[in-house]
Design a protein around this ligand. Structure first.
Ligand SMILES: [Zn+2]
Length: 75
């Protein structure tokens, strides 16, 4: 069973420790320059069941807002 989810948000994953599909808890693992890495843990035993990389589309998070908005100046 491959631990690749793409953009799919998993609510339940098979936990080898519990021996069945379990609801998962998602937590932010680390922040990447171009996105975030989330980890899925079994809610029952806490085993890490997989990771999901959330990529931020270019221009979404790092869009230059100063193009449309004038720079704010401090007095
Ligand atoms: Zn488990």
């Amino acid at each position: 069973m491959a631990a690749q989810f793409g953009d799919l948000v998993a609510s339940e994953l098979y936990c080898p420790r519990c021996g069945s599909a379990q609801p998962v808890r998602e937590r932010l693992l680390l922040i990447l320059p171009d996105g975030e890495l989330h980890e899925y843990c079994c809610r029952r035993c806490g085993t890490s069941l997989g990771q999901r990389r959330v990529t931020v589309p270019p221009g979404a998070a790092f869009a230059p807002h100063h193009r449309s908005a004038p720079p704010r100046r401090r007095p």
